[in-house]
Design a protein around this ligand. Structure first.
Ligand code: CTP
Ligand code: MG
Length: 178
């Protein structure tokens, strides 16, 4: 359990950006409304510039809140890193998550899946894999992202996604439990 909680903690700056995009998104779509060569939208209206930026900024704000929480509760995960290494890592995690989110939409559109329709596994893992890839460019990556942590992340992320959606359904925040 220790490892699972640690994984969730480490991945929060990648998990939270999409929620900020939902809250603050809107306006000009990243693809500027343009179609790809297959005649379908490149990304679709669900991926906006404002949502993307809000997501990256939001993920970094969450990471800073985590630093404060670690300091006041006396545990060291992100706070074990020099500040600039922390900043580089969480920026790449949040940027990777939003880029992966857009890549997921790009793939969905190529398969003819409409904006907002779900595409299991792809919806839940593309953002994580791209977040890993981006974060791997950071100096501190190896300090926190062991193979074990990364594998736990891949296994628990779809389960967490489902769990959160079922709770949102029970609380009547969502119309369907997925
Ligand atoms: N959002 C945004 N900009 C982003 C990502 C998300 O504005 N870069 C907002 C949009 O309002 C979007 C909502 O967050 O509808 C939910 O995000 P998501 O589920 O990722 O998008 P979908 O609408 O489901 O579109 P897609 O099928 O392309 O995933
Ligand atoms: Mg969606």
């Amino acid at each position: 359990m220790q490892d699972v909680l640690r994984t969730i903690w480490i991945l929060l700056p990648a998990y939270t950006p999409n929620n900020f995009a939902v809250l603050f998104g809107g306006g000009t779509p990243i693809d500027m409304g343009k179609n790809f060569i297959d005649g379908k939208r490149i990304l679709g209206d669900g991926k906006t510039i404002r949502g993307f930026v809000a997501g990256v900024v939001g993920g970094m704000l969450v990471a800073h809140a985590q630093l404060l929480i670690e300091r006041s509760f006396g545990f060291n995960v992100y706070s074990s890193l020099p500040y600039l290494q922390f900043l580089q890592l969480v920026f790449l995690l949040s940027l990777g998550a939003m880029t992966g989110d857009a890549l997921g939409s790009f793939i969905k559109r190529r398969f003819g899946v409409e904006r907002g329709k779900c595409f299991p596994i792809l919806d839940q893992l593309t953002f994580l894999l791209v977040a890993y890839a981006f974060a791997s460019l950071s100096k501190a990556f190896k300090t926190l992202f062991t193979l074990k942590i990364m594998l736990i992340g891949i296994v628990i992320t779809p389960l967490l996604h489902l769990g959160v959606n079922v709770i949102a359904y029970i609380l009547k925040l969502k119309e369907v439990p997925w």
